[in-house]
Design a binder for this molecule. Structure first.
Ligand SMILES: [Zn+2]
Length: 198
């Protein structure tokens, strides 16, 4: 039942999603027997394609593929958080709910990003595609009140370590995995395949 040429794809026509192909596929099941050949159950192999709409965050994911890290800023003069810059990217200000302005934070990240804390994990959930152990880093930026979660691609993390962003600009996935971090001073030749500096 699952065949490559009917792969699920989506186009947008006139501002509306137009799905095409198979979004749900089911394959032949198999019986489950016990040691005495008594039927105990069946497997139900099936897969589904989930559509993840990015909405106002599209520009963030598209920019990663171009080597740019975007944040947002509240520019509402009546808001207490006026001038605050948010990374992760927030479409609306959490204080006044006004629409934020998009700001390019690549330069700030290149100069002033630091590991606030980190976590290394050997066990992951289903569908993990990152190499294990995963070295998650919480990255803080100069003048930014929020902290960004990411993963380190080179070396071992330390608290206070200076890091710079790298971007999967060749064959991007258009997900947050296109953004990773390496220690300051890392050579371009040490980067994972497909990644470049911003
Ligand atoms: Zn605000």
């Amino acid at each position: 039942m699952s065949c490559g040429k009917d792969k699920a794809t989506v186009k947008v026509i006139g501002g509306k999603y137009k799905p095409n192909g198979h979004f749900h596929t089911i394959e032949a099941n198999t019986p489950i027997y016990n040691e005495s050949d008594v039927l105990m159950g069946v497997t139900n192999p099936r897969s589904l394609t989930h559509i993840h709409a990015y909405g106002g965050e599209s520009i963030f994911f598209e920019s990663l593929s171009k080597g740019k890290l975007l944040g947002t800023k509240c520019e509402n003069p009546d808001c207490e958080a006026n001038g605050s810059i948010f990374i992760p990217f927030r479409i609306h200000c959490p204080d006044c709910l006004a629409k934020n302005t998009v700001v390019d934070m690549t330069e700030v990240a290149n100069k002033g990003a630091k590991v606030y804390t980190f976590m290394t994990t050997e066990r992951t959930g289903a569908f993990n595609t990152l190499e294990k152990p995963i070295r998650f880093v919480n990255v803080e930026f100069e003048g930014v009140p929020t902290i960004l979660m990411g993963y380190l691609s080179v070396g071992e993390p330390r608290m206070g370590m200076k890091v710079v962003p790298i971007f999967q600009t060749k064959n991007p996935t258009f997900t947050i995995l296109d953004l990773s971090w390496v220690p300051e001073g890392t050579n371009e030749s040490q980067l994972p395949e497909g990644f470049t500096f911003g």
